[in-house]
Design a protein around this ligand. Structure first.
Ligand code: 3DU
Length: 221
C-alpha cells in the first residue's frame, strides 16, 4: 500500500451503486478503500473486485477465530481480490499466524486490531493492547489498527512497535478524532467513513481531510 494522502476510506454503505459512485468520486484523495460486513453482506464479495479498480482494498472482517477457520476466511478474502485483511489480535498468536500464512501465500498484508476506538474499546481490549501490538510485531504483521479517538494511545503503541509496523487509525470525524492529531501521534493512515460518505459532497469532505493531513506533514499545524 503506497503512502500518499495518508487516508483510507471506510466505505460502510450498503448499496452497490452508491459505493461505486463514492469510490469514483473520492479515489484521488485516498490511498485505500476499507470494506467490511455492511457492504459485503449487502452486495456480495464481488464488490471487492469492482472497487479495486479505484484503490487497493482492505477487507475489515476483524477475523477472530481458531487458526483453521481464520485460514479459510483469509483464503476467501484474498481470492476475492482484497489487498489486505484486518484481523483481531486477542485470539492469540496461533490464530494470527494462520492469517499471516495465507496472506504470505497470496503476497498480501495483514493488519491486527490492537485496541478499538469506541468507548467500549477501553473496557476489555485496551489492557491487552500493548501485548497484542508486541505480538503482531514479532509475528511479522504489516500493521496495526489503533484508535484515532485516543491519539495518546497511538503514540504509546508507536513507541512500542517502533517503525517496524504501520498504523492505520479509525475514529476520525464522526467518532470525534482529528486526522492531523492522529498523524502527529504516529499513525501512517487515518480511516474515515461517515464524515466522507455521508457528506453532501464526499469529494470535498475527502479533499479537506487530505489537506489537513498534508498541512500537518508539512509542519504547518
Ligand atoms: O466512524 P467512521 O464512520 O469514520 O468509520 C470507522 C470505520 O472503522 C468503520 O468501518 C468501523 O467499523 C471501523 N473501525 C473502527 O471504527 C474502530 C476500530 O477500532 C476498528 C475499526
Amino acid at each position: 500500500m503506497e503512502k500518499n494522502t495518508c487516508m483510507i476510506l471506510a466505505l460502510d454503505v450498503t448499496d452497490r451503486e452508491e459505493a461505486l459512485r463514492i469510490a469514483e468520486d473520492v479515489w484521488e484523495f485516498v490511498d485505500a478503500i476499507k470494506v467490511g460486513y455492511p457492504l459485503i453482506l449487502a452486495t456480495g464479495l464481488g464488490i471487492i473486485r469492482e472497487l479495486a479498480e479505484f484503490a487497493p482494498i482492505i477487507a475489515d472482517f476483524k477475523v477472530a477465530d481458531i487458526p483453521n477457520t481464520n485460514r479459510l476466511i483469509c483464503d476467501q478474502v484474498f481470492e476475492a481480490g482484497a489487498d489486505a485483511v484486518i484481523v483481531q489480535g486477542f485470539t492469540g498468536r496461533d490464530s494470527l499466524d494462520a492469517c499471516l500464512e495465507i496472506a504470505s501465500e497470496y503476497r498480501k498484508d495483514v493488519f491486527v486490531v490492537s485496541e478499538m476506538s469506541h468507548p467500549g474499546g477501553a473496557e476489555f481490549l485496551q489492557p491487552a493492547a500493548e501485548a497484542i501490538a508486541k505480538m503482531a510485531s514479532e509475528a511479522g504483521a504489516f500493521g496495526l489498527v489503533a484508535p484515532a479517538t485516543r491519539p495518546e494511545r497511538v503514540r504509546k503503541i508507536r513507541k512500542i512497535i517502533g517503525d517496524k509496523l504501520t498504523i492505520i487509525s479509525p475514529g476520525v470525524g464522526a467518532q470525534g478524532g482529528k486526522a492531523s492529531d492522529v498523524i502527529a501521534a504516529g499513525a501512517d493512515w487515518v480511516i474515515v467513513g461517515r464524515s466522507i460518505y455521508r457528506a453532501e459532497s464526499p469529494k470535498e469532505a475527502a479533499r479537506q481531510i487530505a489537506e489537513e493531513i498534508e498541512a500537518e506533514l508539512r509542519g504547518e499545524n
